[in-house]
Write a protein of this length. Structure first.
Lengths: 102, 102
DNA sequence: CGTTTGTGTTTATTATTATTGACATAAGGA
DNA sequence: TCCTTATGTCAATAATAATAAACACAAACG
Protein backbone atom coordinates (compact mmCIF):
# COMPACT_ATOMS: atom_id res chain seq x y z
CA UNK A 1 0.00 0.00 0.00
CA UNK A 2 1.86 3.05 -1.26
CA UNK A 3 1.96 5.94 1.11
CA UNK A 4 -0.69 8.59 0.53
CA UNK A 5 1.98 10.44 -1.28
CA UNK A 6 5.67 10.92 -0.89
CA UNK A 7 6.53 13.70 1.54
CA UNK A 8 9.85 15.41 0.98
CA UNK A 9 11.66 18.29 2.54
CA UNK A 10 11.25 21.53 0.58
CA UNK A 11 14.97 21.44 -0.01
CA UNK A 12 14.80 18.02 -1.61
CA UNK A 13 11.79 19.04 -3.66
CA UNK A 14 13.70 21.98 -5.02
CA UNK A 15 16.53 19.71 -6.02
CA UNK A 16 14.17 17.48 -7.96
CA UNK A 17 12.56 20.47 -9.61
CA UNK A 18 15.91 21.75 -10.74
CA UNK A 19 16.91 18.36 -12.03
CA UNK A 20 13.69 18.24 -14.03
CA UNK A 21 14.46 21.63 -15.46
CA UNK A 22 17.90 20.48 -16.49
CA UNK A 23 16.39 17.48 -18.23
CA UNK A 24 14.00 19.76 -20.05
CA UNK A 25 16.82 22.02 -21.12
CA UNK A 26 18.75 19.03 -22.42
CA UNK A 27 15.74 18.15 -24.53
CA UNK A 28 15.31 21.67 -25.84
CA UNK A 29 18.97 21.88 -26.80
CA UNK A 30 18.50 18.77 -28.86
CA UNK A 31 15.29 20.14 -30.33
CA UNK A 32 13.27 17.06 -29.58
CA UNK A 33 9.55 17.43 -28.79
CA UNK A 34 8.12 15.75 -25.71
CA UNK A 35 6.20 13.53 -28.07
CA UNK A 36 9.33 12.00 -29.46
CA UNK A 37 11.08 11.64 -26.15
CA UNK A 38 8.05 9.82 -24.79
CA UNK A 39 8.00 7.49 -27.74
CA UNK A 40 11.70 6.77 -27.53
CA UNK A 41 11.52 6.25 -23.79
CA UNK A 42 8.49 4.03 -24.15
CA UNK A 43 6.34 6.10 -21.84
CA UNK A 44 3.49 8.57 -22.20
CA UNK A 45 3.94 12.24 -22.88
CA UNK A 46 2.13 13.02 -19.62
CA UNK A 47 4.90 11.26 -17.73
CA UNK A 48 7.55 13.19 -19.62
CA UNK A 49 5.86 16.38 -18.50
CA UNK A 50 5.87 15.16 -14.89
CA UNK A 51 9.55 14.38 -15.17
CA UNK A 52 10.41 17.81 -16.51
CA UNK A 53 8.63 19.22 -13.48
CA UNK A 54 10.64 16.99 -11.22
CA UNK A 55 7.68 15.06 -9.86
CA UNK A 56 8.84 12.88 -6.94
CA UNK A 57 6.25 10.19 -7.56
CA UNK A 58 7.50 9.17 -10.98
CA UNK A 59 9.47 5.92 -11.13
CA UNK A 60 13.21 6.32 -11.41
CA UNK A 61 13.10 3.99 -14.39
CA UNK A 62 11.03 6.55 -16.29
CA UNK A 63 13.60 9.20 -15.50
CA UNK A 64 16.36 6.90 -16.67
CA UNK A 65 14.53 6.06 -19.87
CA UNK A 66 14.03 9.73 -20.69
CA UNK A 67 17.66 10.49 -19.94
CA UNK A 68 18.71 7.65 -22.20
CA UNK A 69 16.49 8.96 -24.96
CA UNK A 70 18.45 12.19 -24.68
CA UNK A 71 21.62 10.67 -26.08
CA UNK A 72 22.54 8.35 -23.26
CA UNK A 73 22.38 11.00 -20.60
CA UNK A 74 21.42 8.21 -18.23
CA UNK A 75 25.07 7.69 -17.53
CA UNK A 76 24.86 10.81 -15.40
CA UNK A 77 23.03 8.73 -12.84
CA UNK A 78 26.36 7.13 -12.05
CA UNK A 79 27.46 10.42 -10.56
CA UNK A 80 24.95 10.00 -7.75
CA UNK A 81 26.55 8.94 -4.47
CA UNK A 82 29.78 8.36 -6.33
CA UNK A 83 32.21 10.96 -5.14
CA UNK A 84 31.29 10.51 -1.51
CA UNK A 85 33.88 12.61 0.25
CA UNK A 86 32.15 12.74 3.62
CA UNK A 87 31.57 9.02 3.49
CA UNK A 88 35.22 8.34 2.90
CA UNK A 89 36.25 10.57 5.75
CA UNK A 90 33.88 8.81 8.08
CA UNK A 91 35.22 5.51 6.90
CA UNK A 92 38.76 6.62 7.61
CA UNK A 93 37.82 7.15 11.24
CA UNK A 94 36.70 3.58 11.54
CA UNK A 95 38.43 1.57 8.90
CA UNK A 96 36.17 -1.39 8.45
CA UNK A 97 35.14 -2.62 5.05
CA UNK A 98 32.00 -4.20 6.35
CA UNK A 99 29.38 -5.94 4.27
CA UNK A 100 26.84 -4.71 6.71
CA UNK A 101 26.45 -2.28 9.55
CA UNK A 102 27.27 -3.12 13.13
CA UNK B 1 -3.16 2.60 -15.90
CA UNK B 2 0.53 2.03 -15.35
CA UNK B 3 2.33 0.07 -17.99
CA UNK B 4 2.71 -3.63 -17.30
CA UNK B 5 6.12 -2.76 -15.99
CA UNK B 6 8.88 -0.47 -17.01
CA UNK B 7 11.06 -1.92 -19.73
CA UNK B 8 14.59 -0.61 -19.91
CA UNK B 9 17.61 -1.37 -22.01
CA UNK B 10 20.08 -3.69 -20.25
CA UNK B 11 22.55 -0.85 -20.35
CA UNK B 12 20.22 1.47 -18.48
CA UNK B 13 19.37 -1.26 -16.00
CA UNK B 14 23.03 -1.75 -15.27
CA UNK B 15 23.43 1.94 -14.62
CA UNK B 16 20.60 1.88 -12.10
CA UNK B 17 22.05 -1.18 -10.43
CA UNK B 18 25.38 0.49 -10.06
CA UNK B 19 23.79 3.63 -8.69
CA UNK B 20 21.96 1.51 -6.13
CA UNK B 21 25.21 -0.09 -5.13
CA UNK B 22 26.81 3.29 -4.67
CA UNK B 23 23.95 4.36 -2.45
CA UNK B 24 24.36 1.21 -0.42
CA UNK B 25 28.08 1.83 -0.05
CA UNK B 26 27.41 5.37 1.09
CA UNK B 27 25.18 3.95 3.80
CA UNK B 28 27.70 1.35 4.88
CA UNK B 29 30.43 3.96 5.11
CA UNK B 30 28.23 5.89 7.49
CA UNK B 31 27.39 2.73 9.40
CA UNK B 32 23.68 3.28 9.28
CA UNK B 33 21.36 0.26 9.15
CA UNK B 34 18.62 0.09 6.53
CA UNK B 35 16.15 0.39 9.37
CA UNK B 36 17.35 3.82 10.32
CA UNK B 37 17.65 5.06 6.77
CA UNK B 38 14.08 3.99 6.14
CA UNK B 39 12.89 5.78 9.23
CA UNK B 40 14.77 8.95 8.39
CA UNK B 41 13.57 8.86 4.82
CA UNK B 42 10.02 8.18 5.88
CA UNK B 43 9.70 5.01 3.83
CA UNK B 44 9.69 1.30 4.53
CA UNK B 45 12.80 -0.81 4.81
CA UNK B 46 11.58 -2.94 1.92
CA UNK B 47 11.77 0.11 -0.31
CA UNK B 48 15.28 0.90 0.89
CA UNK B 49 16.29 -2.60 -0.15
CA UNK B 50 14.75 -2.06 -3.58
CA UNK B 51 16.64 1.19 -3.93
CA UNK B 52 19.95 -0.40 -3.04
CA UNK B 53 19.27 -2.91 -5.78
CA UNK B 54 18.54 -0.12 -8.22
CA UNK B 55 14.94 -1.07 -8.83
CA UNK B 56 13.53 1.02 -11.73
CA UNK B 57 9.99 0.96 -10.43
CA UNK B 58 10.69 2.86 -7.23
CA UNK B 59 9.65 6.52 -7.18
CA UNK B 60 12.45 9.00 -7.64
CA UNK B 61 11.22 10.76 -4.52
CA UNK B 62 12.09 7.68 -2.47
CA UNK B 63 15.58 7.69 -3.94
CA UNK B 64 15.91 11.35 -3.12
CA UNK B 65 14.70 10.86 0.44
CA UNK B 66 17.20 8.08 1.02
CA UNK B 67 19.99 10.16 -0.43
CA UNK B 68 19.03 13.03 1.80
CA UNK B 69 19.03 10.74 4.82
CA UNK B 70 22.63 9.98 3.92
CA UNK B 71 23.87 13.44 4.82
CA UNK B 72 22.25 15.44 2.08
CA UNK B 73 23.61 13.32 -0.71
CA UNK B 74 20.48 14.29 -2.63
CA UNK B 75 22.38 17.27 -3.96
CA UNK B 76 24.12 14.82 -6.26
CA UNK B 77 20.91 14.70 -8.26
CA UNK B 78 21.78 18.14 -9.52
CA UNK B 79 24.62 16.59 -11.45
CA UNK B 80 22.15 14.82 -13.69
CA UNK B 81 21.83 16.44 -17.11
CA UNK B 82 23.85 19.36 -15.85
CA UNK B 83 27.13 19.27 -17.67
CA UNK B 84 25.52 18.60 -21.02
CA UNK B 85 28.44 18.92 -23.38
CA UNK B 86 26.78 17.30 -26.37
CA UNK B 87 23.70 19.41 -25.85
CA UNK B 88 25.70 22.57 -25.90
CA UNK B 89 27.50 21.56 -29.05
CA UNK B 90 24.22 20.83 -30.75
CA UNK B 91 22.92 24.17 -29.60
CA UNK B 92 25.95 25.92 -31.02
CA UNK B 93 25.06 24.57 -34.44
CA UNK B 94 21.64 26.14 -34.27
CA UNK B 95 21.82 29.01 -31.85
CA UNK B 96 18.25 29.43 -30.80
CA UNK B 97 17.30 29.82 -27.17
CA UNK B 98 13.84 28.44 -27.73
CA UNK B 99 11.26 27.89 -25.06
CA UNK B 100 10.01 24.98 -27.04
CA UNK B 101 10.97 22.84 -29.96
CA UNK B 102 10.18 23.74 -33.49
C1' DC C 1 -1.72 37.93 -39.03
C1' DG C 2 -2.90 33.36 -39.55
C1' DT C 3 -1.58 28.71 -39.08
C1' DT C 4 0.79 25.05 -37.28
C1' DT C 5 2.01 22.42 -33.53
C1' DG C 6 4.47 21.96 -29.15
C1' DT C 7 3.10 22.25 -24.46
C1' DG C 8 0.37 21.80 -20.30
C1' DT C 9 -4.17 20.40 -17.80
C1' DT C 10 -7.69 17.56 -16.65
C1' DT C 11 -10.28 13.34 -15.95
C1' DA C 12 -11.32 8.41 -15.56
C1' DT C 13 -9.52 3.98 -15.46
C1' DT C 14 -6.64 0.08 -14.28
C1' DA C 15 -2.20 -1.97 -13.48
C1' DT C 16 1.32 -1.42 -10.44
C1' DT C 17 3.68 -0.02 -6.47
C1' DA C 18 4.86 0.70 -1.37
C1' DT C 19 3.66 -1.16 2.74
C1' DT C 20 3.39 -4.50 6.65
C1' DG C 21 4.75 -8.54 9.02
C1' DA C 22 6.77 -12.68 9.39
C1' DC C 23 10.32 -15.54 8.27
C1' DA C 24 15.11 -17.25 6.80
C1' DT C 25 19.82 -16.23 6.36
C1' DA C 26 24.24 -14.79 7.61
C1' DA C 27 27.63 -11.44 9.46
C1' DG C 28 30.40 -10.28 13.13
C1' DG C 29 31.13 -9.29 18.05
C1' DA C 30 31.69 -11.41 22.62
C1' DT D 1 31.25 -21.25 19.11
C1' DC D 2 27.12 -18.77 20.32
C1' DC D 3 24.16 -15.04 19.96
C1' DT D 4 22.64 -10.81 18.43
C1' DT D 5 20.83 -8.41 14.68
C1' DA D 6 21.38 -6.61 9.97
C1' DT D 7 19.84 -8.13 5.75
C1' DG D 8 16.88 -10.27 2.31
C1' DT D 9 12.63 -12.55 0.69
C1' DC D 10 7.92 -13.41 0.38
C1' DA D 11 2.90 -12.67 0.32
C1' DA D 12 -1.34 -9.95 0.59
C1' DT D 13 -3.39 -5.56 0.60
C1' DA D 14 -4.38 -0.65 -0.01
C1' DA D 15 -3.42 3.30 -2.45
C1' DT D 16 -1.11 5.38 -5.99
C1' DA D 17 0.97 5.98 -10.57
C1' DA D 18 0.90 5.87 -15.62
C1' DT D 19 -2.04 5.99 -19.26
C1' DA D 20 -5.18 7.76 -23.00
C1' DA D 21 -7.89 11.36 -24.87
C1' DA D 22 -9.60 15.72 -25.35
C1' DC D 23 -8.96 20.40 -24.59
C1' DA D 24 -6.93 25.12 -24.31
C1' DC D 25 -3.08 27.87 -24.84
C1' DA D 26 0.82 29.95 -26.76
C1' DA D 27 5.11 29.95 -29.40
C1' DA D 28 7.28 30.28 -33.69
C1' DC D 29 7.15 30.52 -38.53
C1' DG D 30 5.62 31.95 -43.18
Amino acid sequence: MPKKTITLLPETERILSQMGEQIKNARLRRNIPQDLVAERAGISRATVISIEKGSPSVAVGCYAAVLHALNKLDKDLLLVAKDDELGRKLQDLDLTVAKRVR
